[in-house]
Design a protein around this ligand. Sequence first.
Ligand code: SF4
Length: 402
Amino acid sequence: MAQILIPKKPDTQTLLETMAEDMRYEIGCSAETLRNTGVESAMQIRAKQTPCTPTKLGLCGHCAFNCAYCACRNGNDRPEYVLEPAELAKIAVEVNNKTNCGVFITSAIYKTPDITQERIAETVRILREELGYTGFCHAKVMPGADPALIAATGKHADRLSVNIEVAKSDSYARIAKQKSKAAILAPMGEISRRIREASCRSAGKEKPAFAVSQTTQLMAGAAGEDDRTILNLSDALYRKYRLKRIYYTPYTYRYPSRGYEDLPLTQTPYWRVARLYQADRLTQLYRFAPEELTPAEAPWLESDIDPKTAWALRHMDLFPVELNTADYDTLLRIPGIGTTYAARIMTARWYAPLSFDTLRQMKVSLKRARYFVTCGGKFLGGELDPIGLRMLFSAPAQMEMG
Ligand code: SF4
């Protein structure tokens, strides 16, 4: 009698390893991007460090779509798996019991975006309603997903994300042929609208009936775009869709893929992503306008100097700044002074005029800032001009910045 061979279902550990490998390109939080890129400098400008990374868990690892840059794309030779929502929900609870960092429920597209979204919605429903899961849950929204399925997913998730991926809409046809700008912006708009409505209804009194935040992911280098284009788009997305974060990832196309034979192989350098993170935080937390960091005549961020110092060196007429009188926004523009030091300086000035000695006692480091400030009229920056300062501060992207 002929023997029927049934493929052995991988154990949970093997599944988790396969999922992690498949979803390396999918960014769940800023700490993860930085770990993936090995770049530490973007951590220097941030609101709050993510304490730990939610574990990415995928319902399906083999996609019906064929995006050139993705390990899960149709036709790529990868281990295939398709889990049932109940199976993945159970794994999610087990994983969170070990890490306590929350989970990110995602999936490659299984048959269609709506079937996939339904399976994601069912996974988060089982997590909350049947397994009593109370931890953090980030869930993925598919391009073009039906609004009713977005509503069902957001009912149980804390955060939703739909990835915009490219900075220029004509790039979808080049590297992600089944995606389109409309199919991505429509769910983004729907999520934004529902977040606003739910938060108004709850009025801060109870847990909103929908997710509370939305993020997206944008690849640098996918469209031959400059950094000015990326920062302007990011700024518009933050405003229009009230995104919590935009995660940047380097566009990578290292092996020829079926359907993309003419696409040139490329790898966006990690330093570019680090600089984009720094510029992003400067626009969102330090009130810089994108065009200040990447003006029309200099649309690229620089590899060897961080965007805040680069801006200061282009505007030396505004320096030195007197630390006893500058307002908070001006303090934030001084290289080496971040939100913590600026707040410390503002508070200390209530009690007595500052001197360089008191700043040292307050543990305000002036290693970089001393070239841009006076304190009580004194200047400790020496004779360096912008060219000398540029040479002094020139460093690879992974060096520290303030
Ligand atoms: S839609 Fe594209 S990026 Fe997303 S999993 Fe499928 S192939 Fe990858």
